[in-house]
Design a protein around this ligand. Structure first.
Ligand code: ADP
Ligand code: MG
Length: 322
């Protein structure tokens, strides 16, 4: 199988949306954006050994490669439409490519995203998706916009992806059911697209939690020129993480909850008057939304522990070069 056969066999499914005037097969895709919308564009790269375990199930990797990009659009309140996939592959293995494409297209189909182009080359395993979406002009969510007095919310539960990694590394003990569940969160994250769209006009600021709560919330605070007080007991967690938090491995569990990457939940702020609306959105989207604290005029992030005492140090956003 050569490069062109691989593209034809695995990545050339005909586009479904009428907005794709030309998809895979030409030198560029031709897309017809909707009038009245802004384009939301983002790119994310996944490198073997750095962002995923080399032996990961390729179908799950196909899912995650697209999911992390969809999550960025969710944080902007954008509707995903089109994707480009660039891959460096050590070899063209039909079984691997078939499984990867299955995972990728299954998630793409659920969100009506068309794969409209890409690039395929030999090299150390590395996958890069460019995602394009749309949002009605002026309605995109952003990191700037949080105001003193706003509530701080997160979706779902935090820390399980990092807990799975810690368990795989032998740093925490999880029973096999708990490990299986945490590993699903790590390998098959669910991008919060419907939530992001529902938060248009409701959230004052938003970000997806890809690098850990305190680091990512820190980006909102910095860009909004505000601070926040967070109540540790309110930060939503799985039963497995709660158990680790109450055990000898507390400091590792705390790091997972506040600093763990790869959760792909949304963290957002909203004015107090929007609380009822946020509760309705949780019901409508079927995603748990938890208020974890308050935005303050004073800069800086304070997390108060179970006794109300500020934690002395907080995990920073993950930095590949730190
Ligand atoms: P060019 O040399 O002009 O860049 P390529 O030969 O690299 O074109 O790619 C041929 C076509 O296949 C292009 O339309 C490109 O967008 C598409 N393509 C290449 N690799 C992928 C991929 N991994 N997924 C989706 N489309 C791809
Ligand atoms: Mg090319």
């Amino acid at each position: 199988m050569n490069e062109f056969e691989a593209i034809a066999r695995f990545f050339s499914r005909p586009p479904r949306a009428a907005s794709v005037h030309r998809g895979v097969g030409d030198d560029a895709a031709l897309l017809a954006p909707s009038p009245g919308c802004e384009l939301a564009v983002s790119v994310d790269m996944l490198v073997a050994g750095r962002h995923f375990l080399a032996d990961v199930d390729p179908e799950k990797l196909g899912h995650k490669t697209l999911a992390v990009n969809l999550s960025d659009l969710a944080a902007m309140g954008a509707t995903p439409r089109w994707a480009l996939l660039a891959g460096a592959l050590p070899e063209l293995d039909a079984n691997w490519l078939g499984a990867f494409a299955r995972g990728f297209y299954a998630l793409a189909d659920r969100h009506d995203v068309d794969l409209v182009g890409g690039d395929t080359t030999r090299g150390p395993l590395n996958l890069c998706v460019t995602i394009l979406g749309e949002v009605p002009t002026g309605l995109a969510l952003a990191r700037a916009g949080a105001k003193p007095g706003d509530d701080v919310y997160v979706s779902g539960v935090l820390g399980d992806a990092a807990l799975a990694l810690a368990a795989i590394a032998g740093r925490v003990a999880l029973d096999s059911d708990a490990l299986g569940a945490a590993r699903e969160k790590l390998e098959v994250p669910e991008p919060r697209i419907a939530l992001g769209i529902a938060l248009r006009g409701v959230a004052s600021a938003a970000i997806d939690v890809s690098d850990g709560l305190t680091g990512d919330l820190g980006h909102i605070l910095e860009q909004s020129a505000v601070g926040a007080e967070i109540d540790l007991t309110a930060v939503p967690r799985s039963r497995a993480l709660a158990r680790s938090l109450a055990a000898a491995e507390r400091s590792i569990a705390l790091d997972c909850l506040l600093g763990g990457g790869d959760d792909y939940e949304l963290c957002f702020t909203a004015p107090r008057e929007a609380a009822a609306r946020v509760a309705q959105i949780a019901v409508a989207t079927g995603v748990a939304l938890t208020r974890i604290g308050t935005v303050t005029a004073a800069p800086g992030l304070t997390v108060r522990d179970e006794r109300g005492v500020p934690l002395p140090a907080l995990p920073k956003a993950f930095d590949h070069f730190a």
